[in-house]
Design a protein around this ligand. Sequence first.
Ligand code: SAH
Length: 485
Amino acid sequence: MLLTLTTTHRPATDLGHLLVKHPDRVQSFDLPAGTAHVFYPEADEARCTAALLVEVDPLKLGGGRGRRQSTAPEGFTLGQYVNDRPYAASSLLSSALTKVFRSALRGESRDRPELAATDLPLTVRVPVLRCRGGAELAVRVFAPLGWTVTATPVPLDETYPDWGDSRYVDLTLSGTLRLADALNHLYVLLPVLDDAKHYWVAPDEVDKLLRAGSGWLADHPERGLITRRYLAHRRALAGAALARLAELRLADEPPADDSVDPGTAGDAPAGDADPRRASLAVRRREAVLAALRDSGASRVLDLGCGGGALLTALAADRRFTEVVGVDVADRSLAMAARRLRLDRLPERQRDRIHLRQSALTYRDDRLRGYDAAVLMEVVEHLDPPRLPALEDAVFGHARPGTVVVTTPNVEYNVRYEGLGPGRFRHADHRFEWTRAEFAAWVTRVAAAHGYTATIGGVGDDDPEVGTPTQLAIFTRDDRTEETSR
Ligand code: SAH
């Protein structure tokens, strides 16, 4: 099994720093089912290719985990010796990726941190990929992620073309992406195309999938197929994963349907979308919009706007005369610009809407003087030691008249099937608060900065664990006095 990764970024040999594998050496790693080798067929300033070759030991593979061993005398089954596993790229390649390129998959780099965060010209080739669903499916899963895909069916036998094509494709992907994104795409999608995972799928696979799929899977048009195949068609797990993806989805939620219960305990049906969970995102947005309308705000900041789900709703309501989306991530801002169709809006509309790149943990004068600010599902993305900096920048420095904050209620997590104990709803959450913790934070921040706050929730109120989403509305004290006068 072979995978090569080429860049033409200059100096191309920086690839070695990002992968933490020196271009001059061949390195080998032990895997549970064989050995992985990393080497560089070419490495100069202009072009550098890293190759990952996985040699599978069919005996290790067949005799490995539990069940199979006991089904045949002495663990012998013909399938252990006669199968295509050693030759085809599959989930083994993906386990090799995590073992060999762990920090690169996480987007970390000690020597080249900026480069790890930068889109690079990349070409990936997997000459023999078992692909259930054919070359066309390879295009459907990779193309929406920004790859140009060439997938050529491998003929069954070169000498007898009449025999037709084998189940394999020769896959080439090219695109300009962050290396970590490219590796995470491969990590998830190679076994998805193979559709025959070699290990028993454990419940923590849901977390692994959501972590690896962070930032691209929730909005992927084939997320249903990807999730079901990745989780080896286990309906309960796929249902749980899809429900969590629906929560994360920033786009295309089905219309709100308040006649159904978004928060009912753990019986998420398997299927592409769980409308009850998606409607929590819709209800949250409606609750935030209602709070903004009640406050009488016209100039509004959406802090940590992400892909712009709230911005589109704000833009559609003319009472908001100025709407500013703020995020630290280029990708979120690019997605928001696309979602808002900024390039196609008439000028008068476009002048109301702005996107700004800014880190909410630093004071930014451009954010002062607004009527209201929203922090929707943002605070839990910050490391707790960075929170005071955000409090200072938002409540101390920007000081909008109203601040609306939403965040998950961790107590509610027991109602989500498939979300193991101690797990958060999103791989990027640094914490999730109980109702008492949120209330304590709200009270402290309001008192420290001269605001008065009310606390509520969004979603159905469970008698034991409360609502899935917590919401607080802070009103600056000089404004409470104004309105009560
Ligand atoms: N408010 C959006 C997105 C929530 S995801 C929604 O509810 O749909 C959290 C967002 O906060 C991400 O887009 C992330 O890039 C942004 N974010 C996290 N830390 C940030 C920081 N320090 N400064 C600015 N944005 C930040």
